[in-house]
Write a protein that binds this ligand. Structure first.
Ligand SMILES: C[S@@+](CC[C@H](N)C(=O)[O-])C[C@H]1O[C@@H](n2cnc3c(N)ncnc32)[C@H](O)[C@@H]1O
Length: 365
């Protein structure tokens, strides 16, 4: 939720636009397939003959979109209970249908299906092992069950995505809060975390919109089931908070641990993220980070993005006041990857553990 959308009526309008975008997923995705069918229809008849399997595949893609789309109304129905204040009538006349959809929205809905694979399917287990396990193992080593009452250890996961890392931390007995500002993610994680009733209840096609670099149409039509586990936890153990990390977390010395995974490069100014992490950690608290430096604002026009290298970041981290206790490079990590595609992205992520010294009084001013 951006800074520009502070007025309740703006918030409500944006929320309704997100719902509307979810609801337009099937139609918009089908339009793209139909466009390909139209292109095919214009080809010379011998090309069409040779491409008959491709025509059949397009029918298969439509069925897959239909399956993905069947999850949308279920999610949207429950979304209305997430933010009572945003959803309730506030005197404005915005109705769900008149607000329209978001121009960049279809990509976000499609991306949610890939994140469901990453966070909540058995298929995503390997990716989670690469990305989440080093963080979880470090947390467990920092706060052993034998010497700490884990329910009293407050852990924050900013940029929580669909919530699996935060859920895994909470299910090990810690008090964990995920934070996320992308409403598409929040709406889907709310459903998975609170309303899924059975393991592997849903089937989705995470890569159905990835038209390039497929060895076979079957690879594009790979399906996964979710959730792989039923996320049942109490509110005292686990919560998800909506909003911009920089705006929501302003109280000093609050967290025993902050865990960031594929997150710090989401800042236009990464230094501001690190400074905030430092301020809100308790003295003696730890920041555990894993991920690349794929600075998200890097190529965006009109954004004041900076992209310091890891080497520079390490000196910034020290200047802010952290003590870096562990630093590893080149951890092979994937992100929402279709393992069968011809193009494979693999990050050589950095992993580090930083401590805020015990004897600091940064919140005195
Ligand atoms: C690259 S994704 C990583 C998600 C998850 N940690 C994972 O590893 O799958 C980064 C997430 O951070 C969220 N995010 C980015 N900037 C944020 C901010 N300022 N406040 C809260 N969430 C933010 C994005 O919406 C996105 O879901």
């Amino acid at each position: 939720m951006s800074k520009e959308r502070n007025a309740p009526s703006d918030e409500r309008k944006y929320f309704l636009q997100v719902l509307q975008t979810f609801q337009s997923y099937r139609h918009q995705s089908m339009l793209r397939i139909e466009h390909r069918e139209e292109c095919l229809a214009t080809l010379p008849s011998r090309h069409k003959k040779w491409l008959s399997k491709y025509k059949t595949d397009l029918e298969g893609f439509k069925k897959a979109v239909d399956t993905n789309a069947s999850f949308v109304p279920i999610v949207v129905e429950h979304a209305k209970n997430i933010f009572e204040n945003v959803c309730s009538q506030d005197g404005t006349t915005h109705s769900e249908t008149e607000v329209g959809t978001l121009s960049e929205g279809l990509d976000k809905v499609q991306s949610v299906f890939k994140h469901l694979m990453r966070d909540w399917s058995t298929f995503g287990a390997e990716e989670r092992e690469q990305c989440y396990n080093p963080i979880i193992e470090e947390i467990e080593a920092q706060f052993p069950a034998e010497t700490s009452n884990r329910a009293d250890i407050n852990i924050l996961v900013p940029g929580a995505g669909l919530g699996r890392l935060a859920f895994e931390i909470a299910s090990r007995g810690f008090s964990c809060q995920g934070n996320e500002f992308n409403l598409f993610m929040l709406i889907v994680s709310f459903y998975v975390l609170n309303h899924c009733k059975n393991v592997e209840e849903f089937v989705i096609f995470p890569w159905i919109h990835q038209y390039c670099n497929n060895l076979s149409a079957e690879n594009q039509m790979l399906s996964v089931k979710f959730p792989d586990v039923l996320p049942k936890l109490t509110e005292s153990q686990f919560s998800m908070v909506a909003g911009d990390f920089l705006e929501v977390y302003t109280d000093c010395d609050e967290w025993n641990c902050i865990a960031t995974c594929f997150f710090i490069d989401c800042a236009a100014n990464v230094v501001q993220f690190i400074e905030t992490i430092y301020e809100i950690l308790k003295p003696g608290g730890v920041w555990i980070n894993l991920g690349p430096l794929l600075y998200h604002y890097s190529d965006m026009k009109n954004e004041r993005s900076i992209e310091p290298s890891f080497e520079i970041l390490c000196s910034v981290i020290k200047n802010i006041g952290f003590e870096m206790e562990k630093k590893e490079i080149a951890l092979k990590t994937r992100y929402c990857q279709n393992p069968n595609a011809m193009l494979q992205y693999e990050y050589e992520s950095v992993f580090f553990v930083c401590r805020k010294p015990l004897n600091v009084d940064n919140c005195a001013s």
